[in-house]
Design a protein around this ligand. Structure first.
Ligand SMILES: NC(=O)C1=CN([C@@H]2O[C@H](COP(=O)(O)OP(=O)(O)OC[C@H]3O[C@@H](n4cnc5c(N)ncnc54)[C@H](OP(=O)(O)O)[C@@H]3O)[C@@H](O)[C@H]2O)[C@@H](O)CC1
Ligand SMILES: Nc1ncnc2c1ncn2[C@@H]1O[C@H](COP(=O)(O)OP(=O)(O)O)[C@@H](O)[C@H]1O
Length: 279
């Protein structure tokens, strides 16, 4: 796609944050199903779920091993455990695709084949092609290289790092999904559309777990825009991805104030960031 990339800004982001309408209840606002985390990486589930709830969503249903569910509930008692009806899925953060149990493979397979929008991260990126609903995938450079390995032998980590917008677009075109490519600048690409950039995130964001927080933000935005996605997924999915990256960057800026941050700091500053945006 040769069109000039669009730089996402506050005006654009404001259009894609769902404010509860009078008469809404938790189900009409949207429910996010989450299958993230694992015994080696329980924190990824905690971070993503906390970020999703702080972005604003009717409810989160979490599905995972009992020890990880315990960690999620210890941080967020509002979460409901177990499978149920959802408007979107967030899957893959804090998982290793090489170590997937049959039970987890079954849960992930059912989620991606349900036809609802999916945010696919880290250890579930190999399932992008199995999804039957709209998908936004959220790789960093190494993860995009792995996802494209069977499609384009030129997709090396160095090549992706040297031209992220080109490779985000290539990924979107080859895989037929929205790609949010993480890095110092975040690039969002969708087949046949101009790329979007999200700039000016603080370098302090380069710390463990901030990608898991971004997954939660995006999951909440997707779950609360089911109607818009059903009407026009090609517009909604890239706009929601860019809005998630924009909120994430601004929350990081607020949390940082020029100093170091942790991933949880970013999640904690999401409500204030959203309130300031809605102003
Ligand atoms: N709190 C949580 O639960 C968190 C959970 N997380 C979860 O972890 C999972 C894996 O995510 P990831 O991005 O680390 O995976 P991946 O792309 O395979 O990278 C591995 C590459 O890194 C490199 N490498 C390693 N150490 C290095 C070093 N010291 N210095 C330099 N290089 C080093 C290593 O290189 P090598 O050692 O092989 O040479 C290899 O190339 C994922 O599911 C994510 O969600 C994270 O979000 C964090 C918080
Ligand atoms: N140098 C940087 N400047 C600003 N943001 C960055 C920089 N490096 C990484 N990020 C952002 O930090 C997050 C890191 O996500 P990810 O690589 O998935 O880490 P993790 O797996 O530890 O959560 C992404 O949102 C990415 O865009």
């Amino acid at each position: 796609m040769s069109s000039t990339p669009r730089v996402w800004d506050a005006g654009a982001a404001r259009e894609w944050v769902a404010v509860p309408r009078q008469g809404d209840d938790k189900y009409s606002r949207g429910v996010l199903g989450v299958i993230t985390g694992s015994t080696p990486y329980p924190g990824a589930a905690v971070l993503g779920v906390d970020a999703a709830m702080r972005t604003g969503v009717g409810m989160v249903r979490y599905v995972g091993p009992s020890a990880v569910t315990g960690a999620v509930l210890a941080r967020r008692p509002e979460v409901v455990g177990g499978v149920g009806r959802v408007q979107a899925w967030l899957i893959g953060s804090g998982m290793d695709a090489q170590k997937r149990s049959p039970t987890l493979a079954d849960e992930l397979g059912r989620a991606v084949r349900e036809g609802v929008p999916c945010v696919i991260d880290a250890g579930a990126l190999d399932l992008v092609g199995d999804a039957t609903g709209p998908v936004v995938m959220t790789p960093h450079f190494r993860e995009l290289q792995r996802a494209l390995a069977g499609h384009d032998s030129d997709a090396t980590v160095d090549a992706i790092a040297s031209d992220p917008p080109r490779w985000a677009q290539r990924g979107a075109d080859l895989l037929g999904v929205t790609v949010l490519l993480k890095g110092a600048t975040t690039w969002v690409a969708h087949p046949g559309s101009a790329a979007i950039s999200v700039t000016d995130a603080p370098g302090w964001l380069a710390t463990a777990g901030t990608g898991d927080v971004l997954g939660g933000v995006l999951g909440a935005l997707v779950a609360t825009h089911a109607r818009e996605i059903e009407t026009d997924a090609a517009t909604a999915m890239p706009a929601l991805a860019a809005t998630a990256a924009w909120l994430h960057a601004r929350a990081a800026e607020l949390a940082s104030g020029g100093g170091p941050i942790t991933a949880l700091d970013v999640a904690e500053d999401l409500p204030t960031t959203i309130a300031a945006l809605l102003g």
